[in-house]
Design a binder for this molecule. Structure first.
Ligand code: NAP
Ligand code: GDP
Length: 320
């Protein structure tokens, strides 16, 4: 029986894992921790957590996380905090003889100038997009460190590379959020708090040109894939966990899906004075498809509908 410690257990992906675990009948023990349980930038606090829990396996999700604008304004913090957290968690996992650690990279960390589709072999092939170099280099170092532990002691510390994630329990804080929770929060406010206009005359602003392309994965799908990786994937090499290339959508398409889920009757315009970030990061999920051919991803619009419904139902407790 495994004893699985989930760092970042209070976040978007941590909550999705919790939901999926609750629905499963596995006999494993799962412990979900957030920053209130231990500040993982602190090596003593991290050691105390591992001494107390004594995990056999770790799903390492904890990180300083945010969307394009949060990254652009805080590159140094993203670099330092994430390097500290990752070093503390990986070293404690090593010292506690954990049989497996799965850490999270992101398709954001791939080189800016690259050929497409991007695959797992390309993580270190060139500088990342300048908007998020702090997060990117800290995340790339996880892969380097995993290889170091493997070389030194044969540890099965691996990494997954999700595309842009969305779902219930997202972070909706406007200055921090990724595009989907950011738009859900702003559209809800436009519909419910702007009272002096009929809805048909309201205008929703999509930041940037709306033209960048993104692959989005529903958090519950990602949680199911993480459990599969925990039970079945035995390699230090990173694994991209993304929807298919054909499922990539433009930011404007994503805004329209959010508007449809809210049944918003107003107009959508783009504010091109705001940054677009990287135009696209199209990633290949061929390696995943070869290993797990029959996985069914939740259709994008269904995931958006469920996420909007969750936000409306949980408006008082959502992180915003
Ligand atoms: P999230 O919702 O922002 O949650 C972040 C988690 O990290 C929270 O549980 C938070 O704890 C914890 N945390 C942050 N700083 C900490 C610290 N100093 N000590 C201990 N815990 C700390 O993030 P997420 O979207 O679930 O992301 C999970 C993983 O996926 C991350 O590694 C992220 O880099 C990666 N990822 C995310 C995306 C995306 O689109 N969201 C895409 C690709 C990869 P508290 O909330 O309790 O403070
Ligand atoms: P990325 O996928 O890592 O680049 O990060 P985001 O999830 O923050 O997506 C950024 C893209 O969405 C950029 O092209 C932004 O201009 C666009 N965007 C449109 N509206 C919003 C919003 O409300 N919040 C955020 N974060 N981005 C938005």
């Amino acid at each position: 029986m495994k004893k699985v410690l989930v760092t970042g257990g209070s976040g978007l992906v941590g909550n999705a894992l919790h939901t999926v675990i609750n629905e499963s009948t596995s006999g494993d023990e799962w412990i979900f921790v957030g920053s209130a349980d231990a500040d993982l930038t602190d090596s003593n606090a991290t050691k105390a957590l591992f001494d107390r829990i004594k995990p056999t396996h770790v799903v390492h999700l904890a990180a300083m996380v945010g969307g394009l604008f949060h990254n652009m304004n805080n590159n140094l913090d993203f670099l330092r905090k994430n390097m500290q957290i990752n070093d503390n968690v990986l070293q404690q996992s090593y010292e506690h003889d954990c049989a497996k650690v799965i850490s999270c990279l992101s398709t954001c960390i791939f080189p800016d100038k690259t050929s497409y589709p991007i695959d797992e072999t390309m993580v270190h092939n060139g500088p990342p997009h300048p908007s998020n170099y702090g997060y990117s280099y800290a995340k790339r170092l996880i892969d380097i460190q995993n290889r170091g532990y493997y070389e030194k002691s044969g540890c099965m510390f691996t990494s997954i590379i999700p595309c842009n994630i969305f779902g219930p329990h997202d972070n909706y804080k406007p200055e921090v959020s990724h595009v989907i929770p950011g738009m859900i929060n702003r559209m809800y406010d436009l519909i419910h708090t702007v009272k002096d206009l009929p809805e048909e005359e309201k205008v929703f602003v999509v930041f940037g040109s709306g033209k960048p392309l993104r692959q989005f994965i529903y958090s519950i799908d990602l949680a199911k894939l993480i459990i599969w990786v925990l039970d079945n994937y035995e390699s230090v090499e990173p694994l991209i966990l993304s929807v298919d290339e054909e499922d990539e959508v433009s930011i404007f398409d994503a805004a329209m899906a959010v508007a449809k889920a809210f049944d918003f009757k107003g107009k959508l315009i783009c504010d091109t004075s705001k940054a677009d970030g990287q135009h696209k990061k199209t990633a290949s999920n061929k390696k995943l498809r070869n290993l797990l051919p029959n996985f069914q991803f939740t259709p994008f619009e269904d995931g958006i509908k469920a996420s909007v419904a969750w936000y409306i139902e949980n408006i008082t407790k959502a992180r915003k």
